[in-house]
Design a protein around this ligand. Sequence first.
Ligand code: UD1
Length: 344
Amino acid sequence: MNKRILVTGGTGYIGSHTVVELMQQGYEVVIVDNLSNSNITVLDGIQAIVGRRPEFVNADCCDYVAMDNVFRSYPDIKGVIHFAAAKAVGESVEKPLHYYRNNMHSLTTVLELMQEHEVHHIVFSSSCTVYGQPDPEHLPVDETAPRKKALSPYGNTKQINEDIIMDQAHACASLRATILRYFNPIGAHPSALIGELPNGVPNNLLPFVTQTAAGLRDELRVFGDDYNTPDGSCIRDYIYVVDLAKAHVCAIERMLSGKTQEQVEIFNLGTGRGLSVLEIVRTFEEVTGQKLKYRIVGRREGDIEQVWADPTRANTVLGWRADTPIRDVLLSAWNWEKHLRNIK
Ligand code: UD1
C-alpha cells in the first residue's frame, strides 16, 4: 500500500520543498493548489530534482466538491500537510474578509473531508507570529510561551486555525494533528531548481535582498536601527527552507508510526539563533561577493523587535534539527535568484 500524502499548497514556497523531501523519503504525493500564489512550472523543478512527478490537482481547498473528489480519487491518502493559505500581512489588513474566508474555509473543508474519508493525520503550517513580541523571560520562545493578541488578520487566522484543530481533535478521538510554528523560512533548494517566487515587490527580507543584489530593486531599506538590540536592527530566527521541509517529514513519520503522545502536538521550528537584519546584510555580502546597496529608514509599522526560537522540543521529540549554516543558506538564496534572472 502506498504511503500517500495530500499536500495542499504544494506548489508554494515551503510546500514545494516539502514535496521534494517527502518524495525523496519514498512517499507518494498528491498536491492540491489553485496556483493563486504559485506557478505550475514548480512541478518541473520538483520532477527534475526527484526524478518523479507528483500528482497534481488544480483546485481550491475551499471547494468541498473538488476536494471530495481528490479524497475519492486517492483512497490511499494517509495524511495531509495543509499549507494552502494566504500569507501577506499587509494584504490581510486591507482584505480581512478574504483572509478569514480563505484561510478558515480551506482548513474546515479539509478537516471535514478527512473525517468523512477516515484520514487521521494532519500537519498544519502555523507561524511564530502567534507569539507576537514575547516578554523577555520568554526569549528564546518555547511552545509554552503565551500566544498574544494577533496584530493582523493574517496572524489571527493562524491562531483561529490552531484553535479549530484543537476543537476538532477534542470532538474526533481518532484525529492526530501536528502544529508547526515556523520562524522565518529563507533560502532555496541547493539545486536552484525550486525556491521562493514572490508576487510583485517582496515584503520579506531575503527576497528583497536577493532582488536588490540582482539589480531589480534600487536599494534595500533596513527598517530601523534604533531597536533595543546589539546593532539596533531587528532580530529574527532565519531557518533554511530545506531544514523546515524535513521537519514535516519527521512530523508525518511520527504520526503515521503511532509515536505521538498527545492528540495535538505543537513544535517551534527555528534554529535557536537570532540574527539581526544588518548581520544578514553583512553575511550576504561576504558569501556572495555582492555589494548590497542599503539605507537605514524608519521602523516598519507592526514589526516585532526580536524573536527567536527555543527549538529544544522539536530537536528532542521530533529528532530534527535546523543546522544548515547561514552562509550556505544565503548562498542558496542567491543561486536561486541568479537562476531566475539568468545571471552567471
Ligand atoms: C513577516 C510577518 C509575519 C509572517 C512572516 C512570514 C510582518 C510584520 N510580519 O515576518 O507575520 O509570519 O513575515 O514570512 O509583516 N526588513 C527590512 N527591510 C525589508 C524587509 C524586511 O529591514 O525590506 C526587516 C524587517 O523589519 C524584519 C526582518 O527584516 O526585522 C524580517 O522581515 P520579514 O522577512 O518581513 O519577516 P517578519 O517581519 O519576521
